[in-house]
Design a protein around this ligand. Structure first.
Ligand code: 13P
Length: 338
């Protein structure tokens, strides 16, 4: 498959991406919230239960894995990438090494991981990965993000994307403007526009083929502490406008992160965006918390009750699959959950 075909398959109508690439530190936080010990066997059990659920075939185009996970063998027989491929989804891999303090700018980060990346990409390709992820993080406050943070993160994202395409994989380019803070939706719009603009500048400089990437942005939202709440219709309108003005039309797929929104809001907002999507972009989800929160709760109650864990995951995957077509409704949400 060409890079463009892979990107389109990851974001095919009715499907999206499962972001199960929590680092060992991040999954520790998730497991702590459900009183599960952060052991390798528990991480494997949770993930293989999700990857073996019926939702995989119908609603999941790709799964983003963490380094440990892509190398694991399931207790069901196949390796993790084999299990994912068996269900018709594409295995992918997070290749950044995390957001590290940015020298010269208090309290901001730059994402690292370029050293040795070419060699690591070869290894991941051989393990079955056909796409990758790199996440840059931007905070909003009176002084942030600085142009230093916007420029350094865009530069790293572009160098990453160029290396990934050289290795014949699709880079997910993820510039995440965080929703933490009391800023309003206009501020989020303006910062997201600035961030996207700089990312596409750098991608062009580094000769990245935009037909062979997937963009993973934040939705345009008011800050989580903002007093003025926005309706899904407003969020959809602002998000769509920001994307149409700042993302070149060659990009085949846009897959949002959930970023700390509730499961229902993640589905509702994606649905509204697709209802008004008059662009050529395939617009879908690449959710971590937005797809896994309920399943994680079930795992906390009983790690061996695969049926309940999978039921919760199947439901969220189905709802987001509907949202990727603008066909989600409150009634379907209740019916399918029952
Ligand atoms: P959330 O959907 O939980 O924000 O995670 C998506 C992701 O991959 C963040 O990098």
């Amino acid at each position: 498959m060409t890079l463009n075909e892979i990107a389109k398959k990851m974001c095919a109508k009715g499907k999206g991406i499962l972001a199960a690439d929590e680092s060992t530190g991040t999954i520790a936080k998730r497991f702590k919230s459900i009183n599960v010990e952060n052991l390798e066997k528990n991480r494997l059990k949770f993930r293989q239960t999700l990857f073996n659920s019926s939702a995989m075939k119908n609603y999941i185009g790709g799964v983003i894995l963490f380094d440990e996970t892509i190398k694991q063998k399931t207790t069901l027989g196949p390796t993790i990438p084999e299990l994912i491929s068996k269900h018709g989804a594409i295995p992918g891999i997070k290749v950044d090494k995390g957001a590290k303090p940015l020298a010269g700018s208090n309290d901001e980060t730059v994402t690292e991981g370029l050293d040795g990346l070419r060699e690591r990409l070869q290894e991941y390709y051989d393990l079955g990965a056909r796409f990758t992820k790199w996440r840059a993080v931007y905070k909003i406050s009176n002084n942030f993000p600085s142009s230093q943070s916007i420029k350094s993160n865009a530069h790293a994202l572009a160098r990453y994307a160029a290396l990934v395409q050289e290795a014949k994989m699709v880079p997910i380019v993820e510039p995440e403007v965080l929703m933490n803070g009391s800023h309003n939706i206009e501020k989020c719009y303006q910062i997201t526009a600035d961030v996207l603009d700089e990312c596409f500048n750098e991608l062009e400089i580094h000769k990245v083929d935009l037909k062979g990437i997937v963009l993973k942005p934040n939705m345009v939202l008011p800050g989580s502490e903002c007093k003025d709440k926005s309706t899904p219709e407003e969020i959809a309108k602002k998000t769509m406008d920001c994307l149409k003005k700042n993302v070149p039309s060659d990009v085949p797929g846009i897959a949002f992160l959930s970023g700390g929104q509730s499961e229902i809001n993640s589905s509702k907002n994606l649905n509204e965006i697709n209802k008004i999507n008059d662009s050529k972009f395939l617009i879908t989800f690449s959710y971590g918390r937005g797809l896994q929160a309920s399943a994680l709760k079930e795992f906390g109650k009983n790690q061996d009750n695969d049926a309940k864990i999978q039921k919760a995951f199947n439901h969220r995957a189905k709802m987001n699959g509907l949202s990727s077509k603008g066909e989600w409704t409150e009634d379907l949400e209740k019916e399918s959950a029952a």
